[in-house]
Design a binder for this molecule. Structure first.
Ligand SMILES: Cc1cc2nc3c(=O)[nH]c(=O)nc-3n(C[C@H](O)[C@H](O)[C@H](O)COP(=O)(O)OP(=O)(O)OC[C@H]3O[C@@H](n4cnc5c(N)ncnc54)[C@H](O)[C@@H]3O)c2cc1C
Length: 225
């Protein structure tokens, strides 16, 4: 399958193509790039899907968005960067779970979520300055403030790290919010129904036994985020 030319790719806010239009619960579909970006920026790990020799894989990975690209990283010894750059169609999915939706009937149980599906292709980032910038962005996306504190990658570490940039060709988001939707006949049943909110929250920092510095302010801030 040939790569989509830049001029043919959907621009910010354009209508979804057949491959990204949400068919199941279309009212939950969002396509404005700002809406998709908000979900991408709220998460920091996702699943990169690709097919090798006809076998699909979906690998969990950290990421950061930089404009119209997602930076992903891995070991140069890993197959991912070798096999998936160039004209290989990729799909990257980010899922944020906001709550468990408990309905009166088992059938109507659901989940509140925000998810984004990105389609695109990737290229290897080889320029040293861009590679360092991608690493810094990734670290600071996960824990803002860490980059200016941690030692930067040296030449050997940089060489051992593969960075790829996945260009967002098109994307969709899907969001479910609100309470359970039960059948009218079930509404009078003496069964609790509602939403159990869920969130990924940081716990108390556990200092390394040999740590020679106190817990930094930016770590405490992350705890409160
Ligand atoms: C945490 C979580 C749990 C879920 N659990 C289930 C489950 O158990 N069973 C189930 O059937 N579905 C579940 N879904 C919904 C699921 O992601 C799909 O939306 C649904 O299965 C319809 O798939 P489809 O291929 O028929 O979608 P279609 O609507 O045909 O998909 C067409 C296009 O819409 C876009 N799209 C579809 N779904 C999403 C999405 N979630 N996020 C962003 N873009 C999307 C994609 O670009 C896709 O190519 C869950 C979603 C989340 C986030």
């Amino acid at each position: 399958m040939a790569a989509t030319k830049a001029s043919e790719r959907p621009r910010r806010g354009s209508a979804p193509s057949a491959r990204t239009r949400v068919a199941r619960h279309p009212e939950r579909g969002l396509y404005e790039r700002e809406q998709v970006d908000a979900i991408l920026d709220a998460g920091f790990y996702g699943h990169l899907a690709f097919a090798l020799d006809g076998q699909p894989y979906a690998m969990p990975m950290l990421y950061v968005r930089d404009g119209d690209e997602l930076f992903l990283h891995g070991s140069v010894k890993g197959r991912f960067a070798r096999e998936i750059v160039g004209d290989v169609p990729l799909c990257f999915t980010v899922t944020l779970i906001d709550g468990l939706v408990l309905a009166r009937s088992a059938f109507n149980h659901s989940v509140n979520y925000r998810s984004a599906v990105v389609l695109g292709r990737a290229h290897a980032v080889t320029d040293r300055a861009r590679k360092l910038r991608a690493m810094d962005l990734l670290v600071d996306h996960i824990i803002p403030g860490r980059t200016s504190d941690a030692r930067q990658a040296d030449a050997g570490e940089l060489k051992a790290t593969e960075i790829i940039a996945l260009e967002i060709e098109e994307a969709s988001a899907k969001v479910r919010s609100g309470g359970p939707v039960d059948k009218r006949k079930d509404m009078q049943m003496p069964i609790w129904a509602g939403v159990l909110p869920l969130a990924l929250v940081a716990g108390e920092p556990v200092s390394d036994e040999q740590a020679r510095a106190p817990v930094p302010e930016y770590v405490k801030r992350r705890l409160r985020a």
